[in-house]
Design a protein around this ligand. Structure first.
Ligand code: F3S
Length: 413
């Protein structure tokens, strides 16, 4: 592999042991994937932040890297942590867990990393330039950066993203290369895809078939505020498959400018979403639901506003959480949305989400309109999960019951 003088100096230890170890990781990955060179990255997003997933071994590993002098060379920010760093007591997290999670955050901050704790950094100011090379780790953010923002990133692991932060480089392979960004699966949509849950259901269906291929959608139309729909689609495809890039005919940046279909591709037509709703839905009866979770990926201010409008003058029966970034929560607070939601008994939870927070022993039946959430919650927490439309979730918020008809509605349109 061709290395610049500076990269070679990092590898030979001239920039200290922490940078040397980081460069060894970046170069090793490049060798595994046949990269001919490294490429400078504009920003890095580090996943693996929750103490629930890291444990003591992960915290020790991070701490040692920081003690050895690891410092981020490029703007670097964090994925969600295991709890809301300010409201944890109110939300019922233990002081022991909060103490450990704070140690993790402090260690990242010592390395010069911004404690954003969100999977939607692009909603709070971290919008990459078109064609910028990135090393992002959170799968839904990777999908959004590649597909909607036209940046270039592979789906990094926690240690490899951190190594890129410390070196400012990533190996130049995979989706960093123009020739690997063409679609090999054309998906023609011949049914209505309207609500956010429809986009999530579609993502779940396509991810299962596409696996790590790049889909090219035709026949989709988007509403004006389409980022929320696209983040739902990409997150679900990245969860049920490993889709890190998709194109939508005439809409996503690369598909607007070029022919993004590969010379040979498979064709697939989707005429209904019932199967996707059914596959995601773990609750086929009218069970009591004790938590409704919104905000996966982390909610935009507009999504918080929608919940606030519904909450006004109402009273929620189950626990209702909408998870979001700290910055979006602050804006929602200024606008009065947080108050409306809290008056109804709900919570606007920052810094974390229901997948990475330790909630397994606290809740028994969940409802969500997130395809990614419905995919992971049953296996991560052993909590059966109802997946449905916004209207069905409204019903659940007011009654605590899941409607029997839920699994097949949303497609009768
Ligand atoms: Fe984000 Fe957690 Fe969903 S990290 S994409 S809210 S599972």
């Amino acid at each position: 592999m061709q290395l610049t003088l500076e990269e070679r100096a990092m590898l030979e230890g001239n920039h200290g042991p922490a940078t040397q170890r980081a460069m060894e990781i970046v170069v090793a990955l490049g060798n595994i994937y046949g990269a001919e060179s490294l490429v400078p990255v504009e920003s890095v997003q580090v996943a693996g932040v929750s103490y629930k997933n890291l444990g003591e071994a992960g915290l020790d590993f991070l701490n040692q890297w920081a003690v050895d002098g690891a410092r981020a060379r490029v703007p670097t920010f964090l994925n969600p942590a295991g709890l809301d760093l300010l409201q944890w007591q109110d939300l019922g997290f233990s002081p022991e867990f909060a103490h450990k999670q704070q140690q993790v955050i402090d260690t990242f901050v010592r390395m010069g990393i911004e404690a954003t704790c969100t999977c939607t950094p692009y909603l709070v100011g971290h919008v990459p330039s078109p064609n910028a090379h990135l090393a992002w780790a959170e799968s839904s953010a990777v999908s959004f950066a590649n597909s909607v923002l036209g940046a270039r990133t592979n789906r990094e692991g926690g240690p490899s993203a951190l190594a890129s932060a410390i070196t400012g480089r990533t190996a130049n392979y995979g989706l960093h290369l123009e020739e690997n960004r063409k679609a090999t699966l054309r998906v023609q949509i011949e049914c209505i895809v309207d609500e956010i849950s429809d986009w999530a259901a579609l993502g779940h269906l396509v991810g299962k078939v596409a696996r790590n291929r790049i889909p090219y959608f035709t026949g989709l139309t988007l509403p004006d505020s389409h980022w929320d729909h696209l983040k739902a689609l990409g997150a679900a495809m990245a969860a049920s498959g490993a889709v890190a890039l998709y194109h939508i005919e005439g809409m996503t940046p690369e598909a607007q400018m070029n022919d993004m279909l590969a010379s040979t591709y498979e064709d697939w037509t989707i005429t209904e979403l019932e199967n996707a709703y059914e596959a995601l839905n773990q609750e086929h009866s009218s069970k009591d639901i004790d938590i409704v979770w919104l905000g996966c990926p982390h909610a935009s201010v507009e999504e918080i506003e929608r919940l606030a409008r519904f909450a006004k003058g109402r009273s929620f029966v189950p626990t209702v959480w909408i998870t979001t970034s700290r910055q979006a929560r602050e804006r929602a607070l200024e606008e009065g949305y947080v108050k409306s939601i809290e008056d109804a008994g709900g919570k606007v939870v920052a810094d974390t989400c229901a997948v990475v927070a330790p909630i397994s022993d606290r809740f028994h039946h969940m409802a969500t309109l997130s395809g990614k959430g419905a995919h992971y919650i049953p296996s991560y927490h052993n909590i059966p999960t109802f997946f449905g439309t916004w209207e069905q979730l409204e019903h659940i918020m007011l009654t605590g019951k899941s409607p029997i008809e839920a699994i097949t509605s949303g497609q009768a349109k």
